[in-house]
Design a protein around this ligand. Structure first.
Ligand code: ADP
Length: 165
């Protein structure tokens, strides 16, 4: 059965840590498989970037991977998985805290939808400290985030903070 993987997240904004997971998950999916990067559209979380902006950001940054597509979802990831024939859920794990959290979520997903297996990819050592919230925090105070996220995202961050959000 070809792999149809989903990598869900908030991606608010995308970081080099996310992009590293996407690159590795794209290899796991292989030439005959697909990887769907799925943006969680949850306005209750009051994201800095709208789901559409986050999708555009990801689409631009994943153009080099022919088996990667970008989508958004609201509600349960397991419903998205069922509707899209997903058989693999990808999560990145940076720390033991991430592992504890992700293990619970994976159990819950397994109970809701038996058609997909969750796999954890360990964060690359270079990005293990990186999170979207750190990028938002530093960029919001005019700090240099060039080692955390690509130029296209930095441009969007500048624009966003200029808008005074
Ligand atoms: P969420 O709101 O679901 O935590 P994120 O956008 O923060 O969404 O992260 C999505 C996924 O990417 C999660 O599995 C998270 O653990 C993983 N992730 C986030 N940052 C990194 C990183 N620097 N390296 C590897 N994985 C990461």
């Amino acid at each position: 059965m070809p792999v149809c993987a989903v990598y869900p997240g908030s991606f608010d904004p995308v970081t080099y840590g996310h992009l590293d997971i996407i690159r590795r998950a794209s290899r796991i999916a292989g030439a005959d498989g697909r990887l769907i990067v799925a943006v969680l559209d949850n306005s209750e979380k009051k994201p800095l970037f709208s789901a559409g902006e986050r999708q555009d950001m990801l689409a631009g940054l994943t153009r080099e991977f022919p088996n990667v597509e970008v989508a958004s979802f609201s509600g349960l990831l397991t419903d998205f998985a069922r509707e899209n024939g997903v058989n693999l859920i990808i999560r990145g794990v940076r720390s033991s805290a991430d592992y504890e959290y992700e293990s619970v979520i994976a159990k819950v997903y397994g109970g809701l939808y038996g058609g997909a297996e969750t796999v954890f990819l360990p964060a690359d050592g270079r990005y293990a400290y990186l999170s979207s919230s750190v990028v938002r925090e530093v960029a919001g105070k005019n700090g240099d985030v060039a080692h955390m996220t690509p130029q296209s995202v930095i441009g969007m961050l500048r624009e966003k903070f200029r808008e005074g959000k």
